[in-house]
Design a protein around this ligand. Structure first.
Ligand code: NAP
Length: 344
């Protein structure tokens, strides 16, 4: 591709913002052009202001950028938002109103009727909602980090008609942003509460797995119960899932459904599309965050331990990388799909 699309990052100094910078390096479609953060950071050189917490070194070009304010006067027409949700909603609306295309990780616009809550392999047809958006530009949102892993694991099973889901999460520390949970609270500990998380996990899948009717999403009717915990793991959310079906499949049918699942991003060969989006592991003690979170560039969901369940039909375990598949990488895949469809 000759001319890459210039992109900006809102909230570029945070945990997800940094992951965008790391993942956008040498991207075939997009070129990092601007970094933005709060007024306290604006005007400073990125490398001097940021507390870089990624395992790869900060690249020189990104480090040399001057941090800008989050105001809609950027050169880049596409912006990835990794803003704190206390201020993201209004800033994202301002950008979209002024003609920018915003791909957001924050919760604020996820429930707007005309905003897709997008997982490219699962509900790419929801991009149709953009036709009814009132903005000069557009807003597309990425779901919550635990929701993305859960829904990717459920999508290949939809044909068996899922009735109810129970999920218990063990979520990584990086999900709380930087500096996040104090070390004295999380070391040697599990915290059985993450503000607002259970509500997101119980409701967001219903919109994502909903069907478009007359230009609107009709939510899925399945029941979901969620319990969320913060655990002493750096990256990678683990979720234990129980599922009840209307048409109970065999274990073999479930495993084959995960193994064979491919969707539009794979057909289009998008750069961030995992080759196998839902990978099944036969080993008794897999998947584990430390071992599986980075599979397929951190974009695949790893599944294992499928067993009969005495309360539901089956139970199994999934893990997915919260700042890659669950945030920056997921948003980049959304943008790649939008680019392929001529929407940005
Ligand atoms: P974070 O580390 O706390 O970063 C927040 C960013 O917002 C920083 O760049 C900060 O800039 C900026 N910011 C704060 N107040 C601002 C203001 N008034 N004006 C402009 N910018 C402001 O948070 P995070 O973990 O990266 O999360 C970012 C968003 O992604 C959140 O909405 C979160 O819920 C969502 N998310 C996070 C994850 C994850 O795994 N971490 C996963 C999915 C979704 P300064 O440095 O200048 O303060």
């Amino acid at each position: 591709m000759k001319n890459k699309i210039k992109v900006g990052i809102l909230g570029a100094t945070g945990s997800v913002g940094q992951k965008f910078i790391e993942l956008l390096e040498n991207h075939p479609y997009f070129e990092l052009n601007e970094v933005c953060a709060s007024e306290q950071s604006a005007g400073k050189k990125y490398s001097e202001k940021v507390k870089w917490i990624q395992s790869t070194p900060l690249n020189k070009i990104a480090g040399s950028l001057t941090i800008k304010k989050c105001t809609p006067d950027l050169e880049s027409q596409v912006v990835f938002s990794a803003l704190d949700s206390s201020i993201a909603g209004e800033i994202e609306s301002e950008f979209a109103t002024k003609g920018y295309h915003v791909i957001s990780n924050s919760k604020n616009h996820r429930w707007d009727e005309d905003v897709p809550l997008l997982i490219p392999e699962v509900n790419y047809e929801h991009l149709e909602l953009l036709k009814s958006q009132k903005y000069e530009g557009s807003i597309v949102t990425n779901p919550n980090c635990s929701t993305i892993g859960l829904v990717l694991s459920l999508k290949p099973l939809e044909k068996f008609e899922i009735e109810s889901v129970n999920v218990v999460t063990m979520q990584a520390i990086s999900g709380a942003g930087f500096p996040g949970v104090p070390s004295m609270s999380i070391l040697d500990n599990v915290i059985p509460f993450i503000s607002g998380e259970e509500e997101k996990l119980e409701t967001e899948p219903l919109k994502i797995l909903g069907k478009i009717d007359n230009g609107m999403v009709v939510n899925s009717k399945m029941n979901i119960s969620a319990q969320c915990n913060r655990v002493h793991v750096l990256d990678g959310h683990l979720e234990v899932v129980q599922v009840k079906f209307k048409n109970k499949p065999s274990k073999h049918e479930l495993i084959e459904s995960w193994k064979s699942f491919r969707s539009l991003p794979q057909q289009l060969n998008l750069p961030f599309a995992p080759e196998i989006p839902t990978r099944y592991f036969e080993e008794d003690d897999l998947p584990q965050p430390k071992l599986q979170r980075s599979i397929d560039k951190g974009m695949a969901v790893s599944i294992g331990r499928l067993r009969d369940c005495s309360l539901f039909d089956y139970k199994f375990v999934i893990i997915s990388h919260n700042t890659i598949r669950g945030a920056a990488g997921g948003s980049i895949l959304c943008a790649e799909l939008m680019h392929e469809k001529g929407l940005i």
